[in-house]
Ligand binder design. Structure first.
Ligand SMILES: [Zn+2]
Length: 292
């Protein structure tokens, strides 16, 4: 009897143990499933929060920097009295304004007065509210520009932005055109384009002074530095040998203090340092009414 009872207890125990083991196993599985599920959810929630925070901070940062940039460009346009005519892309406007700001800073550093960059720009170029500086987009698709007068500068097209150094070259193209506008302004006030005349004189009398001249064999100007900070089209935006085009490229070198590190570069730089302050201060004295 005892044996029978023992057998029954034993069977019951083993069933109970097996059942308990199974139950524990089920609980274990469910627990881990639950935990894993919980972890996944937490992971998802955290990831979502992380991505949202990341995107938000990114957008916020981009938004702030875009906003600040926009404000900066708007401020320079307003203060320098720039009027964009034609179908300018926003990025093209930025490139133009960057170049103009560079010129304005250099003018302000050169005048004997404590003008802000845009004040110096307005005074030197003879700009007021009635006669702003007009920038025309001529939109032919060709890379290049044209200066119509001291107050009207046009571009046909800038360097395509997917090309190397396109932004810098485009900015330099605009500054080059302002070199022509500067000469035109001197002509407005003095009655003569004095920079090209002086340059021609210096090149005639000083055989060491660099000169872009046509190669008699090819009939074109060879692509060399000629004392400029680089070859075409980075620091020489013209392949023309005329002194007016050379001066526009020298205006570019002067605006950025960028010259070839050689005797030719120093001669060009010295020429600009010798004359630009006088010309700028002369224009500043003869500023138009309402320029400041
Ligand atoms: Zn030119």
């Amino acid at each position: 009897m005892d044996l029978l009872i023992n057998i029954i207890v034993c069977v019951k125990d083993s069933v109970a143990i097996t059942a308990a083991t199974r139950l524990i196993r089920i609980i274990q599985i469910k627990y881990w499933q639950f935990m894993r599920g919980l972890g996944k959810n937490r992971y998802k929630v955290c990831s979502l929060v992380f991505v949202v925070v990341l995107l938000f901070s990114g957008f916020l940062r981009l938004g702030i920097s875009d906003g600040l940039d926009t404000l900066r460009y708007e401020r320079i346009s307003r203060e320098c009295r720039l009027v964009f005519v034609g179908n300018w892309q926003y990025q093209e406007k930025q490139i133009a304004i960057d170049g103009i700001e560079q010129i304005a800073r250099k003018l302000a550093n050169t005048t004997t007065k404590r003008d802000t960059p845009c004040e110096a720009f307005r005074n030197v170029f003879g700009i007021n509210t009635k006669e702003p500086m007009q920038l025309h987009h001529l939109k032919t698709g060709d890379v290049g520009g044209k200066c119509f007068s001291s107050h009207v500068v046009g571009i046909f097209g800038l360097f395509p932005l997917y090309k190397p150094m396109a932004k810098t070259k485009s900015e330099h193209l605009i500054v080059h055109e302002f070199g022509h506008a500067f000469e035109a302004r001197l002509e407005d006030v003095m009655g003569t384009k004095i920079p090209r005349n002086l340059l021609l004189k210096v090149q005639y009398h000083n055989p060491n002074f660099p000169d872009r001249i046509l190669d008699p064999e090819t009939g074109i100007v060879p692509n060399k530095d000629y004392g400029f900070a680089g070859v075409r089209w980075l620091w020489q935006l013209s392949a023309d040998p005329s002194p007016g085009e050379e001066f526009a490229d020298m205006f570019l070198g002067w605006a950025y203090d960028a010259w070839a590190d050689n005797p030719a570069g120093r001669l060009r730089s010295d020429f600009m340092d010798a004359h630009m302050p006088d010309w700028i201060n002369y224009l500043d004295i003869h500023r138009v009414k309402g320029a400041s």
